[in-house]
Design a protein around this ligand. Sequence first.
Ligand SMILES: NC(=O)C1=CN([C@@H]2O[C@H](COP(=O)(O)OP(=O)(O)OC[C@H]3O[C@@H](n4cnc5c(N)ncnc54)[C@H](O)[C@@H]3O)[C@@H](O)[C@H]2O)C=CC1
Length: 484
Amino acid sequence: MRNVQPEASHYIGGAYVEDAAGDAIDVTYAATGEQVATLHAATPAVVDRALAAAEAARRDWAALPGVERGRVLRRAADLLRERNRELSEIETIDTGKPLQETLVADAASAADALEWFGGIAATVRGEHLQLGADWAYTIREPLGVCVGIGAWNYPTQIAAWKAAPALACGNTMVFKPSEETPLCALKLAEILTEAGAPPGVFNVVQGRGDVGAALVTDPRVAKVSLTGSVPTGRKVYAAAAEGMRHVTMELGGKSPMLVFDDADIDAAVGGAILGNFYSSGQICSNGTRVFVQSGIRDAFLDRLSERLKGVVMGDPLDEAVNFGPLVSEAQLTKVLGHIRDGVAEGATLVTGGNRVDRDGWYVEPTVFADVTDDMSIARQEIFGPVASILTFEDEAEAIARANATSFGLAAGVFTADLARGHRVAAAFEAGTCWINTYNLTPVEIGFGGAKQSGIGRENGLGAIEHFSQLKTVYVGMGGVDAPY
Ligand SMILES: NC(=O)C1=CN([C@@H]2O[C@H](COP(=O)(O)OP(=O)(O)OC[C@H]3O[C@@H](n4cnc5c(N)ncnc54)[C@H](O)[C@@H]3O)[C@@H](O)[C@H]2O)C=CC1
């Protein structure tokens, strides 16, 4: 296994920085439990240094023409692609996700974001408004120093999905990865420097919730973008409100997937596999409530069980492996607890349900049938490889039950009747919907949640609006008409 111990824990002002006084953050390989690196959480002095670097860099970075900022981002995208294998291996060691996945979905997705927002950077602009003889114009300005805080499931992607639009708009950023997966954001920072980003434009500090909280409440910070759970989102949103800071909240979900009896069963089963078992189920937008029309329930379950025989469990660094461990022992314990609750509440365990008898934090792909809306496995986000199959009779009932949740991150529908597909998508109370596919999130389209699952959007042109603000300038062309 490659050595993944970074040169130092933090990356500030274009260079690695260490402060061994910070609490230890151990990085373990989820496939074996072996410790592979040790970093230190940021001390208050490190947090201050990172914010000072971002603050010092922001005016010059914002003053650059968009085309020059874009060039840096696009160069970084090229470097990410050139080093995809090395970066994917580090991501696999950090998260436990199979190399087969990280080779296509992590540094590659980060490269897409940097390339796309790099291309957009030169087009960020305001508008001209004629007001009789007078006129006005708007300027789309950066917000200033932005803080990004990440979850552990897609560390490289999350860092880049925040950094790319932020930097394209002329902001600077201090990013705090999840304490579970601290490695890859440092690589992104290194690569941005190599691509020409001036010191301080993108900084990384390590730490747990307290470091995140210190960043969110600092007066120098204009915006906070969090990817995390709903409870953390509530805390961060409230803390940001104190300073009237802009926020983007990418939070959790318990998304529905509706499979009508006219659907292509294999496509729907494929969607259920992507939306429940890819990354061992550790994906926020997963369609973990699979509502299947009653007439095809048995056929759907048979086909799903059959296809799950294609799971290849093993060392995630082996490219033939397509199913890895959960990120940590704590997550393993949590997921097994949810499975026990499902059994206790009377759901039928169709397949899986156990910890795998080997080193590391592996849980079998697990399918529950006969799940009812009130069961905890149908209400709580599990963030593990656990699918709940529910049945429904008609469209109106399915939509009502799909929407009966406080989450609203994503939703999907499988049907051969496209009119119905669009009708159902329109009725979903969710930020991101799919018809006849699931969990595809290319950079061109916005991604984010409704209801408790968040506010704001990542990716797509909408992300520009969340990392900039409009200044309006009114231009008087004649005298000033005052009453006295
Ligand atoms: N909507 C989306 O795009 C995504 C959402 N998620 C969600 O993330 C969750 C899983 O990730 P976790 O890392 O367990 O989430 P988490 O909420 O425990 O932690 C997220 C991040 O927030 C930090 N944090 C914790 N308390 C904080 C505080 N008071 N102030 C500032 N920062 C604080 C953590 O250190 C971590 O970096 C799931 O709920 C999942 O659905 C994950 C990926 C994508």
